[in-house]
Ligand binder design. Structure first.
Ligand code: NDP
Length: 565
């Protein structure tokens, strides 16, 4: 147990996950990814700590006094922690379990996010299933997810028959969630007395495991026993024959990621929600409790998929569409930023459009001025942001054949210095991602800190040959960027095909971004993320693209809607 009273030089607000055992926890990874992408790493720290049941009261007393902002509780503390808290959210009280503690100025308040996490994961899966089977149009899907915000919200689970296997701690949160959504619930358990107790508490039906063949008649099946993990890893309580393609199956177990029951459900065509999806959803709710920010879920999910080597989406991946923000003055830039953040999970700050950061080539732009302008922008960020500042001379030149920057003329060198000051100011302010052109990276000598580098190459005249494209990627690999971006002008079908082949190449790097520029294949920009491009860029308004052929999110959605039909 860490001594929380030892003086710490780290002023960051601490968030923690406690449990026993805790070494397997994915919570630190999920929360830290959120901090990094949102540029919050200088404000928050997330660590895991082994805390035994007998140490819990002392540990919590220390946490109350120290700068521990949030505590995620896992086994075996979810119930034991309740009498030690100052206050309880009414839902946590009703569920009878706490997995989230927020320290509000020394008062410890308990919440439960397991129920909300399971509910969100299941609702998404139901919408996926309905889209797959053509029961629901995309427009309706959007209306439903938006309506969650209204009190008149009608869950897609409303009126559905839901079977819940297990009567332990997780089941309580799950039964609460399903009753809240208006589902008809039946709980099945080995120990009949526990099943009956829970059923009475929530006024639902109950049964024993001998009645499990009834599962075929349920639209949603939730597996919340420990059968499928640890010593029972190769077991399942559910026969393959009880699954069918009209069902949604939620597996609470997340280690292993794919249980025997999951494989059985998939083989029969049921829509599956993995335990990791429920875990992620409840962690996102915790993230909001601790920081006040919405987590960058799509970007976190991409990293978790890479980390665990699994795919969370069945069918097309959800495209990551980055909204490009421009504006000639700071007020107009901030206005566009607000609009872009309302629409997009990620924004690109094209600060090279700002006159405050341009001046004329005779004017000096000091580091302090750059810092001041960018701090107004940073203060408004609620979504992950990519900082981009290209020199005017580099914005249309075929950069692949541009002379090395070291040979630049004196006037150009001055512009490079201005570019460096702006980018460095953004990095010092903690903007999470930065886009730098391969030809400029060395000359800019940036101190990257914790920012993630998107290393890009642009050719505004043509698409290089396949061999050249691969050589470029090899060259970029020496710098080991977070993401690799290839943007090139595609005027023929062969150009487009070379770019898309790059996405399916076995030697492609992770997080490859491919952007076919130009009007002819403008809509292929929308398709690129469906074929494996890490993201694509969208203009905020028609005709306002920052590169040839760039369209709006609305335009891209026409493509996505057509594909779902
Ligand atoms: P509990 O120990 O409280 O409950 C275990 C349940 O499993 C009981 O209903 C128990 O039945 C049943 N069970 C155990 N062994 C058998 C068996 N051999 N045959 C039939 N039933 C059995 O655990 P929790 O409720 O806390 O957790 C349940 C699962 O949910 C775990 O796998 C956990 O990892 C997962 N979980 C996942 C979360 C996520 O975010 N994905 C969040 C929380 C939990 P009985 O009452 O008869 O003993």
């Amino acid at each position: 147990m860490t001594d929380l009273q030892s003086p710490s030089l780290d002023e960051r607000a601490r968030c923690m996950v406690i449990g026993s055992p805790i070494h397997h926890s994915l919570s630190p990874l999920i929360h830290r990814l959120g901090y990094e992408f949102l540029g919050l790493s200088s404000r928050y720290l997330f660590i895991a700590e082994e805390v035994k049941v007998e140490d819990l009261p002392t540990w919590l007393e220390q946490a109350r006094e120290r700068s521990v902002r949030g505590v995620s509780c896992t086994m075996p503390h979810k119930e034991a922690v309740i009498p030690l808290l100052d206050d309880l959210d009414p839902v946590a009280r009703e569920v009878g379990a706490v997995n989230t503690i927020v320290n509000e100025g020394g008062r410890l308040i308990g919440y439960n996010t397991d129920w909300g996490g399971a509910l969100r994961a299941l609702e998404r899966a139901l919408l996926r299933r309905d889209q797959r089977t053509g029961q629901r149009e995309r427009g309706e899907t959007q209306r439903l997810s938006k309506s969650r915000l209204n009190s008149s919200y009608l869950s897609p689970l409303s009126g559905k028959r839901v079977a819940i296997l297990g009567a332990g701690g997780a089941s309580r949160a799950l039964i609460y969630a399903m009753c809240h959504a208006g589902a008809e619930v039946k709980v099945f358990n080995r120990d009949l007395r526990r099943a009956q107790d829970l059923a009475q508490r929530f006024s639902v039906e109950w049964g024993g495991l001998e009645a499990l063949s009834e599962l075929r008649d349920f639209e949603v099946i939730i597996q919340a026993t420990s059968v499928g993990m640890g010593a029972q890893a190769n077991e399942s309580l559910i026969d393959e024959a009880w699954f069918h393609s009209g069902q949604v199956y939620l597996e609470t177990i997340y280690a292993p990621h794919e249980t025997l029951a999951v494989r059985r459900a998939r083989s029969r065509g049921a829509e599956v929600v993995l335990g990791i999806e429920m875990l992620l959803e409840q962690a996102y709710l915790q993230f909001h409790h601790y920081t006040g920010f919405s987590p960058p879920r799509l970007m976190i999910e991409r990293e978790i998929e890479r980390h665990l080597q699994l795919s969370l989406s069945s069918g097309w991946p959800e495209p990551l569409v980055c909204g490009v923000v421009t504006g000639s003055t700071l007020p107009s830039f901030l206005e566009n930023l607000a609009r872009a953040q309302a629409l997009h999970p990620l924004v690109e700050l094209r600060v090279d459009s700002l006159k405050e950061l341009m001046g004329s080539s005779h004017e000096e732009l000091t580091e302090a001025q750059a810092h001041e302008t960018l701090s107004f922008i940073k203060a408004e960020l609620t979504k992950p942001a990519i900082l981009t500042y290209r020199r005017a001379t580099a914005r249309s030149a075929p950069s692949l054949s541009a002379p090395p920057i070291a040979q630049a003329k004196p006037t150009e060198r001055w512009l490079i210095e201005r570019q460096r000051r702006v980018l460095q100011a953004g990095l010092d302010l903690g903007i999470g991602l930065i886009d730098v052109d391969l030809t400029e990276y060395d000359a800019l000598t940036l101190r990257m800190g914790e920012a993630r580098l998107i290393l890009s190459t642009h050719d505004y005249q043509e698409t290089p040959s396949t061999q050249q494209l691969h050589s470029l990627l090899e060259e970029m690999a020496h710098i080991q960027p977070f993401a690799y971006k290839i943007a090139s002008y595609a005027s023929t079908r062969q150009d487009l095909s070379r770019l898309f082949q790059l996405l399916t190449s076995p030697s492609r790097p992770p997080r490859l971004i491919v952007i076919p520029m130009g009007e002819r294949f403008a809509m292929s920009r929308a398709l690129a993320p469906l074929f494996g491009s890490y993201l694509t860029f969208a203009a905020l308004d028609q005709g306002q693209g920052s590169a040839p052929g760039q369209r709006t999110l609305e335009d891209y959605h026409q493509v996505y809607d057509a594909l779902q039909r």
